[in-house]
Write a protein of this length. Structure first.
Length: 395
């Protein structure tokens, strides 16, 4: 009987010290896969460390090793790799594994066996029986967290692992994927959970198989965990809306408007801080609403400044130092503060103290005064900060 062929895509970026070892470990798995021929396709994104040269050499000396050069990005490597495989290598099973040796290569056997059993998609999983995640604490929190966000928002809830690369699937499934909705050109690793979602939408019958994920022995991680988390959350909301029939390109927009979104998120946390202190000063220190608003707004300004400085605009460089920036930021926000105080003052003058009964809940008028300040202050800050931000960029 003719043997079936598994082509394992190995994406690489600066993996010169481990690549050769990984390749031989993957090819070795063939002995545990009777009826299958295992080949690898190394997909390198022009690694500056010369990984591509090693890959080229391996592909010349071994007919079971192939090589493809692509642009930067894990998604680009993975997707272009499978496309190339389908066009040139005639595979019966498409597989993918990290090239850095973090994943025990024997997972390939379990992945391919699941496909043999009739599944369209096999997922290497650290979170099923027999699986292991030996990463650092923060990375473990990330993988568990993204899995949870994904399972709750996108589903199906029964799935355990959504971010790992170790996978195998059928060429038929790959051809059914809607690549217009798959953000495979992004620079984070969002392609992994997104591919899973698109595969399930394309009707994939999937199975999770155990996988052991070790700490890196060589080289460094290219995973930008903060950016990846952001992508997982926005992608998951986007996918949820899509499932409800709402086709709003949230992921695309937030990718492009990242700074603006961060600014908005900071503003939102600022509002919570503001409200907390506003109520605290009124209820615990007996301040008048307008006075309290003055103090709480300043605390919120300091909060927002810190977040914007160390997060939102972290990569913006210009001539002003942190104290000068704090001064400018405060000055800009001062307008917002004055507006806030005036709005509360005005409403207080008209309506004074009082309560409304909403069901079982007794709400003081001053709550409404606070929320009334949000729209005008938001508009003011948006307009003026845009101008300042834009000015800063010019320096
Ligand atoms: N072709 C290609 N491969 C990449 C790129 N970024 C990461 N990889 C590979 O993807 C795999 C997983 O990346 P890694 O940095 O180990 O992420 P981690 O395991 O999540 O820490 C490794 O084999 C990397 O070499 C890229 O931009 N292009
Ligand atoms: Mg790795």
């Amino acid at each position: 009987m003719e043997k079936k062929k598994v082509v394992v895509v190995l994406p690489t970026y600066n993996e010169k010290n481990v690549l050769e070892k990984t390749v031989s470990k993957v090819l070795e798995q063939e002995k545990n896969l009777p009826g299958f021929r295992v080949e690898v396709l190394i997909v390198d994104s022009g690694s500056p460390d010369g990984t591509g040269e090693i890959a080229k050499r391996l592909s010349k000396s071994n007919p079971r090793v192939h090589f493809l050069e692509v642009e930067r990005g894990l998604g680009v490597g993975i997707i272009r790799g499978h496309q190339y495989s389908l066009e040139h290598l005639n595979p019966d099973v498409l597989a993918q594994l990290d090239a850095d040796g973090q994943v025990e290569a024997d997972v390939l056997v379990r992945l391919v066996e699941a496909i043999k059993e009739g599944y369209d998609l096999a997922l290497g999983s650290r979170f099923v029986k027999g699986g292991e995640n030996q990463l650092s604490f923060t990375r473990r929190v990330f993988s568990m967290g993204s899995s949870l966000v994904f399972r709750i928002l996108v589903g199906p809830f029964g799935i355990r692992e959504v971010t790992n690369s170790a996978r195998a699937f059928t060429p038929e499934l790959f051809k059914r994927i809607n690549f217009d909705r798959l953000p495979w050109r992004e620079q984070t690793f969002i392609v992994q959970p997104a591919f899973l979602n698109e595969a399930i939408l394309a009707g994939a019958k999937y199975k999770e198989v155990p996988l052991v994920f070790k700490n890196r022995a060589e080289g460094y991680s290219k995973n930008k965990v903060v950016n990846y988390t952001y992508d997982v959350i926005t992608y998951a909301i986007d996918a949820r809306l899509h499932k409800w029939g709402i086709n709003f390109p949230l992921f695309y927009i937030t990718r492009r408007a990242k700074t603006l979104i961060k600014f908005g998120v900071v503003g939102f946390t600022g509002t919570i801080v503001d409200f907390f202190f506003y109520k605290f000063f009124i209820n615990s220190l007996g301040m008048l609403p307008a006075t309290s608003k003055g103090f709480s707004a300043e605390i919120a300004i300091l909060n927002n400044f810190a977040w914007n400085h160390f997060w939102t605009f972290r990569y913006r460089k210009n001539k002003t130092n942190v104290w000068q920036k704090l001064g400018i930021f405060n000055f800009v926000s001062l307008g917002g503060l004055v507006i806030g105080v005036l709005v509360v003052k005005l409403l207080y003058t008209f309506f004074g103290d009082g309560f409304v009964q909403i069901g079982n809940f007794r709400a003081a008028y001053n709550n409404f005064y606070f929320f009334a300040t949000i729209p005008p202050v938001l508009i003011w800050n948006f307009a003026i900060n845009n101008l300042i931000t834009w000015k800063n960029q010019e320096d």
